[in-house]
Design a protein around this ligand. Structure first.
Ligand SMILES: NC(=O)c1ccc[n+]([C@@H]2O[C@H](COP(=O)([O-])OP(=O)(O)OC[C@H]3O[C@@H](n4cnc5c(N)ncnc54)[C@H](O)[C@@H]3O)[C@@H](O)[C@H]2O)c1
Length: 260
């Protein structure tokens, strides 16, 4: 049998985004802000998009990037935002869409308005980013979307969020088939992660301590845990990975439900 020869890559180069343009939707806070810091940390030029201009501006200043404000669920806004980002930093190499908001109530109480809002804020922007973002990307580019363990398993009071995040994972895998070989598309699905939004919703002092008891790695997630996984997908380290969902939850989802 003949030997298979292949060049050994410079592994340091695989994670290097120097000079490459990364656009982060929902980059103004929490996991999104940390993703901007991660991409800039390995050399990327970062466009920070957020519906909240003050947040976008603050993070853009931190990373020396471009602040853009607009609504990622609005087609005209997404066209404009992507256009302005490309005008400043050139074609997009990496697009990370972090936006998502969970609902909190039983299915019986979901109104038509809450249903639509849940789908818009968790799924519609993914559709728009895939369609409009892909046209602005370089060959060899990568898109990453933030799903949730709630889209893979079920939890009471997460009906709309869970349905939308499950839809996100399927939409992304379809896009991966259609956009390959030029663009890779993947999902990072976080478990319980300490972000400003979670802290606001759960002010109980022992909330994270209790949540950590369910996690084999002994703590809830940090925004940097999730940003690291996103960075893996944005860089050439994941050059032969597309259409996948990577669960980042400290192992919490691996636990058997029964005590033995
Ligand atoms: N924190 C967790 O425990 C957890 C767990 C699983 C999944 N997630 C997912 O991680 C992602 C980020 O979570 P987070 O807590 O950091 O979020 P966050 O709410 O703190 O940040 C999201 C950012 O997106 C911006 N944004 C909201 N709607 C927008 C719109 N229409 N257009 C543009 N920008 C908009 C917000 O202003 C905010 O700055 C979400 O998709 C969430 O579903 C979080």
């Amino acid at each position: 049998m003949g030997s298979i020869t292949e060049p050994t890559p410079e592994y340091r180069d695989l994670i290097d985004l120097t000079g490459r343009h990364v656009l982060v939707l929902g980059g103004g806070l929490g996991i999104g802000r940390q993703t901007c810091l991660a991409a800039a940390g390995v050399g990327a030029k970062v466009s920070v998009v957020d519906v909240d201009h003050v947040r976008a501006k603050a993070v853009a200043e931190e990373v020396g990037g471009l602040a853009l404000s607009g609504d990622a669920t609005d087609r005209a806004d997404v066209e404009r935002l992507v256009g302005e980002a490309v005008a400043r930093f050139g074609p997009v190499h990496g697009l990370a869409d972090i936006i998502g908001i969970s609902d909190n109530g039983p299915l019986s109480e979901v109104t038509d308005e809450l249903w639509q809002r849940g789908l818009d804020l968790n799924l519609r922007h993914v559709f728009l980013a895939l369609q409009i973002g892909a046209r602005a990307m370089t060959e060899g580019g990568s898109m990453v979307f933030v799903g949730s363990v709630s889209g893979l398993r079920s939890a009471p009071n997460h009906a709309v969020y869970g349905a939308a995040k499950a839809g996100l994972a399927n939409l992304v895998s379809t896009a991966a088939l259609e956009l390959g070989p030029d663009i890779r598309v993947n999902v990072v699905a976080p478990g319980q992660t300490a972000t400003p939004r979670v802290a606001e919703r759960h002010p109980e002092p022992d909330y994270y301590e209790k949540a950590a008891q369910q996690v084999p790695l002994g703590r809830v997630g940090r925004t940097s845990d999730i940003a690291s996984a996103i960075l893996f997908f944005l860089t050439d380290l994941s050059g032969w990975v597309t259409g996948q969902t990577l669960v980042v939850d400290g192992g919490a989802g691996r636990k058997f439900a029964y005590r033995l």
